[in-house]
Write a protein that binds this ligand. Structure first.
Ligand SMILES: C[N+](C)(C)CCCC[C@H](N)C(=O)O
Ligand SMILES: O=C(O)CCC(=O)C(=O)O
Length: 391
């Protein structure tokens, strides 16, 4: 770890040079805002106590000292004293950054790099864990969480064939997200809820909840019983497909990151869920990285709001090409669920489907929030210390 070689200040900024030769600057007001003394920051809850609005915008150091490890500033306002460690200064440097954004978690974020798959690459080694191990061991739980993240899905073997143990399995991972379908669902083709999931129809590959502002992060299924034919599941790594799509049709990829696609859930008499802001099919972060694919043709609403109506035929061409790609045999993995084996998947990344079926079929399962899952993933895989350092 580089140490602090020197530190100085002018009217608006502090400049720090580290022993590795890097120099970076920090605005006075920014440094003061990030003071972690007991008066400004409550350690037990990791929350700011300081009311930033009370700071003098022209605040500057009265004195500034440093040794190899720490920089100490006495401020012009209230003679307040702040200390900054070399680790903290280096990690949070922004002008310029010294640590790339995605390595901010103490360089560990590479451990979380998703492993995209095609049918060929995944079918040999389907990510799988064991129910009893996951319930009994913290390491097995961490392994399960990481597998879900890396591959976008995971199978769980040896699950007792009943809803109670299935619910226990979900809750071992995280509390369940209640929705208008209920909390833990136990469903069949009786239209108990007015959605095609509660029929025996074929349902093409999709992500659930395109009509929520906050799409459920994970979905777990357990096929408890089926005495007929059909009802096969498929999975698609939509991130892998998006990567290929971007290569094949860069303009269409761009288009589908921009065109908002409205959606609804409106089957129930007293329900009409629609997002406040319609979202595009490919949702990017501010660095342009794909964070979510939202895709459900059945739940798409009428698209009658176009900034440029000339985009209409392009949109249809773009989604037709996308559909062709995600249903290619090398991308769509058909898999027969069976009692005793659960499937959990990342609903921001993987599509699931179900073929038409005959007979009586009983499924149970639940949703988990994305934020809660990401929290568990980071804490368990990267460790609390690295995660806290990054905030
Ligand atoms: C999972 N569960 C059976 C409760 C509901 C399924 C809802 C499927 C829906 N058309 C959507 O995309 O959200
Ligand atoms: O019945 C199934 O296998 C899955 C139904 C479905 O696609 C869903 O619930 O989202």
């Amino acid at each position: 770890m580089a140490t602090i070689k020197s530190a100085s200040f002018d009217d608006s900024k502090v400049s720090v040079t580290f022993s590795d030769g890097n120099t970076t600057v920090y605005h006075h007001i920014w440094l003061r805002d990030n003071c972690h003394c007991e008066e400004c920051f409550y350690g037990p809850t990791k929350q700011r106590l300081l009311n930033t609005a009370t700071l003098d915008l022209g605040i500057k150091p009265l004195t500034l000292n440093n040794d190899d490890d720490t920089m100490t500033i006495k401020w012009s306002q209230d003679n307040h004293k702040s200390e900054y460690t070399k680790e903290w200064l280096y990690l949070h440097a922004y002008y310029p950054r010294l640590v790339p954004v995605d390595e901010k978690l103490a360089g560990q974020k590479t451990k979380l790099k998703q492993q995209l798959w095609t049918v060929d690459s995944i079918k040999k080694t389907m990510p799988t864990v064991d129910f009893n191990q996951v319930l009994d061991s913290e390491d097995a739980l961490t392994d399960w969480i990481l597998k879900i993240w890396l591959h976008g899905f995971c199978l769980i073997d040896n699950v007792p064939v009943n809803p109670e143990d299935t619910q226990k399995l979900v809750e071992r991972l995280m509390y369940i997200r209640p929705t208008h379908y209920g909390g833990f669902w136990d469903f069949t083709s009786d239209l108990a809820k007015a959605d095609t999931a509660y029929t025996n129809f074929d349902i093409a590959g999709h992500t659930d909840g395109t009509y929520w502002n906050d799409t459920p992060g994970l979905q777990l299924f357990h096929l408890l019983a089926h005495d007929g034919e059909g009802g096969t599941t498929s999975l698609v790594d939509a991130f892998q497909c998006a990567k290929e799509y971007k290569k094949l049709y860069p303009e269409y990829f761009d288009l589908l990151t921009k065109i908002p696609v409205p959606a609804h859930s409106a089957g129930e008499e007293m329900v009409c869920i629609q997002p406040d802001i319609a979202q595009p099919i490919f949702k990017l972060d501010l660095q342009g990285e794909l964070v979510q694919v939202r895709w459900n043709q059945s739940d798409r609403s009428c698209m009658d709001s176009w900034t440029d109506p000339e985009l209409v035929p392009k949109f249809y061409d773009a989604i037709t090409k996308w559909f062709a790609l995600v249903t290619k045999p090398e991308n769509e993995l058909f898999y027969q669920l069976k009692p005793g084996q659960c499937l959990i998947f990342d609903n921001w990344r993987c599509f699931h489907s179900r073929t038409e079926f005959t007979g009586k079929r009983r499924m149970c399962g639940a949703y988990i929030n994305r934020d809660d899952f990401m929290s568990a993933l980071k804490i368990r895989v990267l460790g609390r210390e690295a995660v806290l350092n990054s905030i």
